[in-house]
Ligand binder design. Structure first.
Ligand SMILES: NC(=O)c1ccc[n+]([C@@H]2O[C@H](COP(=O)([O-])OP(=O)(O)OC[C@H]3O[C@@H](n4cnc5c(N)ncnc54)[C@H](O)[C@@H]3O)[C@@H](O)[C@H]2O)c1
Length: 370
Protein backbone atom coordinates (compact mmCIF):
# COMPACT_ATOMS: atom_id res chain seq x y z
CA UNK A 1 0.00 0.00 0.00
CA UNK A 2 2.29 2.82 -1.22
CA UNK A 3 2.29 6.24 0.39
CA UNK A 4 3.28 9.47 -1.36
CA UNK A 5 7.07 9.87 -1.46
CA UNK A 6 8.61 12.16 1.18
CA UNK A 7 10.83 14.86 -0.35
CA UNK A 8 13.33 17.42 0.97
CA UNK A 9 14.47 20.35 -1.17
CA UNK A 10 18.12 21.30 -0.57
CA UNK A 11 19.01 24.72 -2.04
CA UNK A 12 16.33 27.39 -1.73
CA UNK A 13 17.49 29.99 -4.29
CA UNK A 14 16.05 31.30 -7.55
CA UNK A 15 14.88 28.06 -9.15
CA UNK A 16 13.43 26.63 -5.93
CA UNK A 17 10.28 28.75 -6.48
CA UNK A 18 9.26 26.87 -9.63
CA UNK A 19 10.15 23.50 -8.07
CA UNK A 20 8.34 24.15 -4.79
CA UNK A 21 5.24 25.49 -6.53
CA UNK A 22 5.03 22.29 -8.57
CA UNK A 23 6.26 19.69 -6.07
CA UNK A 24 3.75 20.87 -3.46
CA UNK A 25 0.95 20.50 -6.04
CA UNK A 26 1.64 16.82 -6.89
CA UNK A 27 -0.48 14.37 -4.88
CA UNK A 28 2.17 11.63 -5.16
CA UNK A 29 4.78 13.73 -3.30
CA UNK A 30 4.97 15.18 0.20
CA UNK A 31 7.49 18.03 0.52
CA UNK A 32 8.53 17.67 4.15
CA UNK A 33 11.49 20.01 4.52
CA UNK A 34 13.31 22.93 2.89
CA UNK A 35 17.07 23.19 3.50
CA UNK A 36 19.80 25.66 2.59
CA UNK A 37 23.23 26.76 3.82
CA UNK A 38 21.32 29.94 4.57
CA UNK A 39 18.57 28.64 6.87
CA UNK A 40 16.74 31.99 6.71
CA UNK A 41 16.16 31.31 3.01
CA UNK A 42 15.03 27.78 3.78
CA UNK A 43 12.55 29.04 6.38
CA UNK A 44 11.20 31.70 4.04
CA UNK A 45 10.60 29.16 1.23
CA UNK A 46 9.03 26.66 3.64
CA UNK A 47 6.65 29.34 4.92
CA UNK A 48 5.79 30.52 1.41
CA UNK A 49 5.01 27.07 0.03
CA UNK A 50 3.45 25.49 3.12
CA UNK A 51 6.32 23.07 3.79
CA UNK A 52 6.21 21.93 7.43
CA UNK A 53 9.93 22.02 8.32
CA UNK A 54 13.08 23.98 7.41
CA UNK A 55 16.74 23.71 8.34
CA UNK A 56 20.17 22.82 6.99
CA UNK A 57 21.23 19.89 4.80
CA UNK A 58 21.94 17.72 7.85
CA UNK A 59 18.31 18.17 8.98
CA UNK A 60 17.08 17.08 5.54
CA UNK A 61 19.28 13.98 5.58
CA UNK A 62 18.32 13.05 9.14
CA UNK A 63 14.58 13.28 8.47
CA UNK A 64 13.27 9.70 8.68
CA UNK A 65 10.39 10.26 6.22
CA UNK A 66 12.47 11.91 3.51
CA UNK A 67 13.10 9.31 0.79
CA UNK A 68 14.15 11.64 -2.01
CA UNK A 69 16.44 14.69 -1.86
CA UNK A 70 15.96 17.38 -4.52
CA UNK A 71 19.36 19.04 -4.96
CA UNK A 72 18.91 22.64 -6.16
CA UNK A 73 22.26 23.94 -4.95
CA UNK A 74 24.82 25.68 -7.21
CA UNK A 75 26.76 23.39 -9.61
CA UNK A 76 29.95 23.38 -7.50
CA UNK A 77 27.95 21.87 -4.60
CA UNK A 78 25.90 19.33 -6.61
CA UNK A 79 28.24 16.36 -6.18
CA UNK A 80 28.87 16.87 -2.45
CA UNK A 81 25.16 17.22 -1.63
CA UNK A 82 24.26 14.22 -3.82
CA UNK A 83 27.01 12.12 -2.20
CA UNK A 84 25.79 13.00 1.30
CA UNK A 85 22.18 12.25 0.39
CA UNK A 86 23.13 8.83 -1.02
CA UNK A 87 25.17 8.10 2.11
CA UNK A 88 22.04 8.88 4.14
CA UNK A 89 20.07 6.32 2.08
CA UNK A 90 18.06 8.84 0.03
CA UNK A 91 17.28 8.79 -3.69
CA UNK A 92 18.42 11.99 -5.42
CA UNK A 93 17.06 14.32 -8.05
CA UNK A 94 19.73 16.90 -8.90
CA UNK A 95 19.74 20.05 -10.96
CA UNK A 96 22.16 20.02 -13.88
CA UNK A 97 24.98 19.41 -14.28
CA UNK A 98 25.19 16.07 -12.45
CA UNK A 99 28.68 17.13 -11.26
CA UNK A 100 31.32 19.52 -12.58
CA UNK A 101 33.36 16.61 -14.04
CA UNK A 102 32.39 13.22 -15.42
CA UNK A 103 34.76 11.19 -13.19
CA UNK A 104 32.86 12.50 -10.16
CA UNK A 105 29.56 11.91 -11.94
CA UNK A 106 30.58 8.32 -12.59
CA UNK A 107 31.46 7.82 -8.89
CA UNK A 108 28.02 9.16 -7.89
CA UNK A 109 26.22 6.72 -10.21
CA UNK A 110 28.37 3.83 -8.99
CA UNK A 111 27.67 4.79 -5.37
CA UNK A 112 23.94 4.94 -6.03
CA UNK A 113 23.98 1.55 -7.77
CA UNK A 114 25.88 -0.04 -4.86
CA UNK A 115 23.36 1.35 -2.39
CA UNK A 116 20.31 0.36 -4.48
CA UNK A 117 19.36 4.03 -4.83
CA UNK A 118 18.35 6.13 -7.84
CA UNK A 119 19.73 9.33 -9.31
CA UNK A 120 17.64 11.44 -11.65
CA UNK A 121 19.01 14.64 -13.16
CA UNK A 122 17.72 17.76 -14.87
CA UNK A 123 16.77 18.73 -17.45
CA UNK A 124 13.28 17.28 -17.09
CA UNK A 125 12.11 19.35 -20.04
CA UNK A 126 12.69 16.12 -22.01
CA UNK A 127 9.61 14.81 -20.16
CA UNK A 128 7.51 17.82 -21.17
CA UNK A 129 4.75 17.79 -23.76
CA UNK A 130 6.85 19.69 -26.34
CA UNK A 131 9.88 17.41 -26.60
CA UNK A 132 7.82 14.24 -26.01
CA UNK A 133 5.57 15.19 -28.95
CA UNK A 134 8.60 15.75 -31.18
CA UNK A 135 10.07 12.40 -30.15
CA UNK A 136 6.77 10.62 -30.83
CA UNK A 137 6.79 12.06 -34.36
CA UNK A 138 10.38 10.97 -34.99
CA UNK A 139 9.69 7.48 -33.62
CA UNK A 140 6.64 7.22 -35.89
CA UNK A 141 8.91 7.90 -38.90
CA UNK A 142 7.59 11.40 -39.67
CA UNK A 143 11.02 12.70 -40.82
CA UNK A 144 12.37 9.43 -42.20
CA UNK A 145 15.88 8.53 -41.03
CA UNK A 146 17.27 11.28 -38.71
CA UNK A 147 20.38 12.90 -40.17
CA UNK A 148 21.34 16.29 -38.72
CA UNK A 149 20.60 18.70 -35.88
CA UNK A 150 21.09 22.47 -35.50
CA UNK A 151 20.83 24.20 -32.11
CA UNK A 152 21.26 27.91 -31.34
CA UNK A 153 21.26 29.60 -27.93
CA UNK A 154 22.41 33.21 -28.14
CA UNK A 155 22.10 35.54 -25.15
CA UNK A 156 23.88 38.55 -23.62
CA UNK A 157 24.32 36.46 -20.45
CA UNK A 158 22.54 35.83 -17.14
CA UNK A 159 24.53 38.62 -15.41
CA UNK A 160 21.69 40.77 -16.82
CA UNK A 161 19.01 39.24 -14.58
CA UNK A 162 20.38 36.84 -11.94
CA UNK A 163 20.96 38.49 -8.54
CA UNK A 164 23.94 36.17 -7.73
CA UNK A 165 25.27 35.33 -11.22
CA UNK A 166 28.93 34.56 -10.40
CA UNK A 167 28.41 30.77 -10.44
CA UNK A 168 27.06 31.01 -13.99
CA UNK A 169 30.49 32.15 -15.22
CA UNK A 170 32.54 29.55 -13.33
CA UNK A 171 33.39 25.87 -14.04
CA UNK A 172 30.16 23.89 -14.04
CA UNK A 173 28.30 26.69 -15.84
CA UNK A 174 28.94 29.12 -18.72
CA UNK A 175 26.62 28.73 -21.73
CA UNK A 176 27.83 25.18 -22.34
CA UNK A 177 27.24 23.70 -18.89
CA UNK A 178 24.32 25.95 -17.94
CA UNK A 179 22.26 25.90 -21.16
CA UNK A 180 23.94 23.08 -23.10
CA UNK A 181 22.20 20.31 -21.10
CA UNK A 182 18.79 21.33 -22.53
CA UNK A 183 19.97 21.09 -26.14
CA UNK A 184 22.33 18.13 -25.71
CA UNK A 185 19.80 16.10 -23.68
CA UNK A 186 17.06 16.78 -26.24
CA UNK A 187 19.37 15.70 -29.09
CA UNK A 188 20.53 12.65 -27.10
CA UNK A 189 16.93 11.46 -26.63
CA UNK A 190 16.47 11.79 -30.41
CA UNK A 191 19.84 10.60 -31.77
CA UNK A 192 21.20 8.39 -28.95
CA UNK A 193 24.76 8.53 -27.61
CA UNK A 194 27.40 10.87 -29.06
CA UNK A 195 30.76 9.36 -30.01
CA UNK A 196 32.97 12.38 -30.76
CA UNK A 197 32.93 16.17 -30.72
CA UNK A 198 34.90 19.18 -31.97
CA UNK A 199 34.58 22.76 -30.76
CA UNK A 200 35.82 26.34 -30.64
CA UNK A 201 35.50 28.45 -27.49
CA UNK A 202 35.80 32.19 -26.88
CA UNK A 203 35.57 34.47 -23.84
CA UNK A 204 34.10 37.83 -24.85
CA UNK A 205 34.95 39.62 -21.58
CA UNK A 206 37.14 38.74 -18.59
CA UNK A 207 34.84 40.62 -16.19
CA UNK A 208 31.08 40.99 -15.88
CA UNK A 209 28.94 43.28 -13.71
CA UNK A 210 25.82 42.26 -11.74
CA UNK A 211 22.86 44.27 -13.09
CA UNK A 212 20.00 43.29 -10.75
CA UNK A 213 19.30 43.02 -7.03
CA UNK A 214 21.05 44.26 -3.89
CA UNK A 215 24.55 43.58 -5.33
CA UNK A 216 23.99 45.47 -8.63
CA UNK A 217 27.19 47.18 -9.77
CA UNK A 218 29.49 44.46 -8.36
CA UNK A 219 32.11 43.27 -10.87
CA UNK A 220 33.26 39.64 -10.98
CA UNK A 221 35.67 37.51 -13.00
CA UNK A 222 34.75 35.09 -15.83
CA UNK A 223 36.67 31.80 -15.83
CA UNK A 224 34.94 29.79 -18.58
CA UNK A 225 34.35 30.23 -22.35
CA UNK A 226 31.23 32.34 -22.92
CA UNK A 227 30.83 31.36 -26.59
CA UNK A 228 30.97 27.78 -27.83
CA UNK A 229 30.58 26.43 -31.38
CA UNK A 230 30.42 22.63 -31.29
CA UNK A 231 30.07 19.71 -33.69
CA UNK A 232 28.70 16.46 -32.30
CA UNK A 233 28.87 13.12 -34.11
CA UNK A 234 26.35 10.49 -32.92
CA UNK A 235 27.07 6.77 -32.93
CA UNK A 236 23.86 6.00 -34.88
CA UNK A 237 24.96 8.32 -37.71
CA UNK A 238 23.49 11.81 -37.22
CA UNK A 239 25.64 14.95 -36.81
CA UNK A 240 24.70 18.12 -34.94
CA UNK A 241 25.97 21.72 -34.85
CA UNK A 242 25.47 23.82 -31.72
CA UNK A 243 26.13 27.47 -30.92
CA UNK A 244 25.83 28.30 -27.21
CA UNK A 245 26.69 31.90 -26.37
CA UNK A 246 26.50 34.43 -23.54
CA UNK A 247 28.35 36.94 -25.76
CA UNK A 248 25.52 37.80 -28.12
CA UNK A 249 23.73 41.18 -28.03
CA UNK A 250 20.93 39.36 -29.87
CA UNK A 251 18.76 37.11 -27.71
CA UNK A 252 17.75 33.98 -29.63
CA UNK A 253 16.68 31.07 -27.43
CA UNK A 254 15.35 27.66 -28.17
CA UNK A 255 16.30 27.17 -31.83
CA UNK A 256 16.42 23.43 -32.39
CA UNK A 257 15.85 21.80 -35.76
CA UNK A 258 16.53 18.29 -36.95
CA UNK A 259 16.48 16.96 -40.47
CA UNK A 260 15.70 13.48 -41.72
CA UNK A 261 15.61 11.86 -45.12
CA UNK A 262 11.94 12.89 -45.57
CA UNK A 263 11.38 16.11 -43.62
CA UNK A 264 12.71 18.84 -41.32
CA UNK A 265 11.35 19.11 -37.77
CA UNK A 266 11.45 22.40 -35.81
CA UNK A 267 11.31 21.49 -32.14
CA UNK A 268 10.00 23.67 -29.33
CA UNK A 269 12.49 25.41 -26.99
CA UNK A 270 14.19 22.52 -25.11
CA UNK A 271 14.28 24.73 -21.99
CA UNK A 272 10.47 24.67 -21.93
CA UNK A 273 7.89 22.00 -21.24
CA UNK A 274 5.35 23.11 -23.86
CA UNK A 275 5.45 24.55 -27.37
CA UNK A 276 4.37 23.26 -30.75
CA UNK A 277 6.49 21.18 -33.10
CA UNK A 278 6.53 22.13 -36.79
CA UNK A 279 7.22 19.78 -39.67
CA UNK A 280 8.16 20.58 -43.26
CA UNK A 281 8.29 17.62 -45.63
CA UNK A 282 10.91 17.54 -48.41
CA UNK A 283 9.68 19.58 -51.39
CA UNK A 284 7.03 21.39 -49.35
CA UNK A 285 7.11 25.18 -49.13
CA UNK A 286 5.39 25.46 -45.76
CA UNK A 287 5.38 24.22 -42.19
CA UNK A 288 2.62 22.24 -40.47
CA UNK A 289 2.20 22.78 -36.74
CA UNK A 290 1.61 19.89 -34.39
CA UNK A 291 0.28 20.85 -30.95
CA UNK A 292 2.06 19.40 -27.93
CA UNK A 293 0.42 16.50 -26.07
CA UNK A 294 1.63 15.66 -22.57
CA UNK A 295 2.57 17.28 -19.28
CA UNK A 296 3.39 20.99 -19.11
CA UNK A 297 3.56 21.58 -15.35
CA UNK A 298 7.24 22.64 -15.42
CA UNK A 299 10.31 21.88 -13.32
CA UNK A 300 9.68 19.05 -10.89
CA UNK A 301 8.13 16.63 -13.41
CA UNK A 302 11.37 14.65 -13.27
CA UNK A 303 11.18 14.45 -9.47
CA UNK A 304 7.62 13.16 -9.70
CA UNK A 305 8.54 10.63 -12.40
CA UNK A 306 11.49 9.44 -10.28
CA UNK A 307 9.29 9.07 -7.19
CA UNK A 308 6.62 7.13 -9.10
CA UNK A 309 9.28 4.93 -10.70
CA UNK A 310 10.79 4.12 -7.30
CA UNK A 311 7.37 3.07 -6.00
CA UNK A 312 6.52 1.07 -9.14
CA UNK A 313 9.99 -0.49 -9.51
CA UNK A 314 10.30 0.68 -13.13
CA UNK A 315 12.96 2.87 -14.83
CA UNK A 316 12.66 6.64 -14.50
CA UNK A 317 12.78 8.82 -17.62
CA UNK A 318 15.54 11.39 -16.83
CA UNK A 319 18.19 9.00 -15.52
CA UNK A 320 21.66 9.75 -14.17
CA UNK A 321 23.22 7.76 -17.04
CA UNK A 322 21.84 10.22 -19.61
CA UNK A 323 23.03 13.15 -17.46
CA UNK A 324 26.49 11.60 -17.15
CA UNK A 325 26.67 11.21 -20.93
CA UNK A 326 25.62 14.83 -21.45
CA UNK A 327 28.22 15.89 -18.85
CA UNK A 328 30.96 13.91 -20.56
CA UNK A 329 29.91 15.38 -23.93
CA UNK A 330 30.24 18.90 -22.47
CA UNK A 331 33.60 18.02 -20.97
CA UNK A 332 34.81 16.71 -24.35
CA UNK A 333 33.55 19.91 -26.03
CA UNK A 334 35.54 21.98 -23.51
CA UNK A 335 38.66 19.87 -24.11
CA UNK A 336 38.27 20.17 -27.86
CA UNK A 337 37.86 23.96 -27.64
CA UNK A 338 41.16 24.05 -25.75
CA UNK A 339 43.08 21.54 -27.84
CA UNK A 340 41.70 22.19 -31.34
CA UNK A 341 41.17 18.48 -32.03
CA UNK A 342 38.28 16.01 -32.13
CA UNK A 343 37.65 14.42 -28.73
CA UNK A 344 35.95 11.06 -28.07
CA UNK A 345 32.89 10.57 -25.85
CA UNK A 346 32.97 7.14 -24.19
CA UNK A 347 29.99 6.87 -21.84
CA UNK A 348 26.72 5.59 -23.16
CA UNK A 349 23.07 5.27 -22.13
CA UNK A 350 19.81 3.74 -23.26
CA UNK A 351 17.28 6.23 -24.63
CA UNK A 352 14.48 6.42 -22.02
CA UNK A 353 11.06 5.23 -23.16
CA UNK A 354 8.47 7.82 -24.09
CA UNK A 355 5.89 8.73 -21.47
CA UNK A 356 2.23 8.04 -22.26
CA UNK A 357 0.70 11.11 -23.94
CA UNK A 358 -1.89 11.20 -21.13
CA UNK A 359 0.72 10.94 -18.31
CA UNK A 360 -0.91 13.03 -15.60
CA UNK A 361 1.26 14.72 -12.94
CA UNK A 362 -1.76 15.62 -10.83
CA UNK A 363 -3.10 12.04 -10.60
CA UNK A 364 -2.89 10.32 -7.20
CA UNK A 365 -1.40 7.05 -8.37
CA UNK A 366 -0.23 6.13 -4.90
CA UNK A 367 -3.34 7.04 -3.01
CA UNK A 368 -5.52 5.24 -5.58
CA UNK A 369 -3.55 2.08 -4.94
CA UNK A 370 -4.56 2.16 -1.26
N1 LIG B 1 17.90 30.17 -12.01
C1 LIG B 1 17.37 29.50 -13.02
O1 LIG B 1 16.59 30.05 -13.84
C2 LIG B 1 17.68 28.04 -13.20
C3 LIG B 1 16.95 27.34 -14.17
C4 LIG B 1 17.17 25.98 -14.32
C5 LIG B 1 18.11 25.35 -13.54
N2 LIG B 1 18.85 26.04 -12.63
C6 LIG B 1 19.86 25.32 -11.87
O2 LIG B 1 19.45 25.26 -10.51
C7 LIG B 1 20.60 25.28 -9.66
C8 LIG B 1 20.46 26.44 -8.69
O3 LIG B 1 20.35 27.64 -9.42
P1 LIG B 1 19.72 28.95 -8.77
O4 LIG B 1 19.62 29.93 -9.88
O5 LIG B 1 18.52 28.61 -7.97
O6 LIG B 1 20.95 29.37 -7.80
P2 LIG B 1 20.88 30.34 -6.52
O7 LIG B 1 22.26 30.83 -6.29
O8 LIG B 1 19.77 31.34 -6.72
O9 LIG B 1 20.44 29.34 -5.34
C9 LIG B 1 21.27 28.28 -4.89
C10 LIG B 1 20.96 28.05 -3.42
O10 LIG B 1 21.71 26.91 -2.99
C11 LIG B 1 22.26 27.19 -1.71
N3 LIG B 1 23.44 26.36 -1.52
C12 LIG B 1 24.64 26.47 -2.16
N4 LIG B 1 25.47 25.49 -1.74
C13 LIG B 1 24.80 24.76 -0.84
C14 LIG B 1 25.12 23.61 -0.07
N5 LIG B 1 26.33 23.05 -0.13
N6 LIG B 1 24.18 23.11 0.78
C15 LIG B 1 22.97 23.68 0.87
N7 LIG B 1 22.59 24.77 0.14
C16 LIG B 1 23.50 25.31 -0.69
C17 LIG B 1 22.55 28.68 -1.72
O11 LIG B 1 22.63 29.20 -0.42
C18 LIG B 1 21.36 29.21 -2.51
O12 LIG B 1 20.27 29.54 -1.68
C19 LIG B 1 21.82 25.41 -10.59
O13 LIG B 1 22.36 24.13 -10.82
C20 LIG B 1 21.23 25.97 -11.88
O14 LIG B 1 21.97 25.54 -13.01
C21 LIG B 1 18.63 27.36 -12.42
Amino acid sequence: MPDPVGVAVVGCGTISHEYLRNLTSFADLRVLLCADLDTTRAKAQAARYGVPEAGDTAAALAHPDVELVVNLTVPAAHAAVTRQALAAGKHVWTEKPLATDSATGQQLLAGAARAGLRIGCAPDTTLGAGLQTARRLVQAGAIGVPQTGLALLQDPGPDRWHTDPEFLFQPGAGPLFDMGPYYLAALATLFGPAEQVAALGRRGRDQRVIRRGPRAGTAFGVSVPTHISALVSYAQGPAATLVLSFDSPLRRHGFLEITGTEATLALPDPNRFDGETRIRPAGSDGWTSIPAAGATAGRGLGVLDLARAVRAGVPHHAPGELALHVLETMEAITRSAGAGAFEPVRTTFTIPDLLAADWDPQASTMLEAM
